[in-house]
Design a protein around this ligand. Structure first.
Ligand code: NAP
Length: 258
């Protein structure tokens, strides 16, 4: 059970699916919730249905991210937590799919987190919604070692992700050891980002964890998925619980394979 203490959590991509349900559960647990979505009409309707605050946010739009951070600053609002939930899984595999997927699933989470970080109080929590598809078993040992290097920096990680994009453009990604899935790479990169941010934010006692909701019956997961959105969202909001470890990858509050 999450102990809210009345603090604020902001959730991205929350007009539907796991993000919307996470907002509902966070509110029920006593958090003050800021639901964000790229479609303002859908987002506002979703927020109104829960009785929580709404802010427009396309995680790929630098101007949206800056406006959100400015608004929060103007209101003097501090955040306890941030849940980077927005995600896409596109059909096909080419340079366009790879760029779009990484723009939302990896660079979106990175940009939002960096912009909102000054507003997150010491002792706060950040969750990156990743996936079992982010497992390093999909890579050559050499690439896996680069992702999991404990000294990995943000810029090295961005370089690694850009190497994948360049490899897809050049048709050389397979020989270089990459899987043919933009979604997989985006979710592995998100776990690597989690680990390095957890390390760098330890002095402020900000806990950063990656979470997997499991295979969930949402628009992305489809109707055959075994899990309800309620169960998936519970696995996500667990990361807002004060007092647990940092820099891990968890499903249902238990360490998951990376
Ligand atoms: P979903 O129903 O497809 O919802 C995805 C959400 O992300 C939607 O609200 C969508 O908004 C939003 N989004 C997409 N692009 C965005 C952007 N550029 N800016 C802001 N929001 C954006 O999928 P879900 O199952 O709830 O997925 C939530 C998260 O869980 C994702 O990160 C996903 O990768 C992860 N996950 C899901 C499963 C699963 O089985 N479902 C498994 C593992 C991990 P629009 O309505 O505007 O498109």
């Amino acid at each position: 059970m999450v102990d809210a203490g009345g603090s604020t959590v902001l959730v991205t991509g929350a007009n539907r699916g796991i993000g919307l349900e996470a907002c509902r559960q966070l509110k029920a647990a006593g958090f003050s919730v800021i639901l964000t979505a790229r479609d303002a009409d859908e987002g506002r309707a979703a927020a109104d249905s829960l009785g929580v605050a709404f802010s427009p946010l396309d995680v790929t739009a630098a101007e949206d991210i800056a406006a959100l951070a400015d608004d929060l600053r103007r209101q003097g609002r501090r955040l306890h937590g941030l849940i980077n939930n927005a995600g896409i899984s596109l059909e096909g595999f080419d340079g366009r799919v790879v760029r779009q997927t990484l723009a939302v699933n990896f660079f979106g989470a990175l940009g939002v987190t960096e912009a909102l970080l000054p507003l997150i109080g010491d002792g706060g929590a950040i969750a990156m919604v990743s996936s079992g598809m982010g497992e390093l078993s999909a890579y050559t040992p050499a690439l896996g070692a680069r992702f999991s290097d404990p000294g990995l920096t943000r810029d090295q990680l961005v370089t690694l992700v850009n190497e994948f994009i360049a490899g897809v453009d050049a048709g050389t990604y397979k020989q270089a050891g990459w899987p043919g899935s933009a979604y997989r790479v985006s979710k592995a990169a998100l776990i690597a980002l989690t680990r390095l941010m957890a390390r760098d934010l330890a002095p402020r006692d900000i806990h950063v964890n990656a979470v997997c909701p499991g295979w969930v019956r949402s628009r992305m997961g489809g109707s055959l998925a075994p899990r309800s959105v309620e169960k998936g969202a519970a696995s996500v909001i667990w990361a807002m619980t004060p007092g647990q470890s940092t820099g891990g990858f968890f499903r249902d509050g238990r360490p998951a394979n990376w």
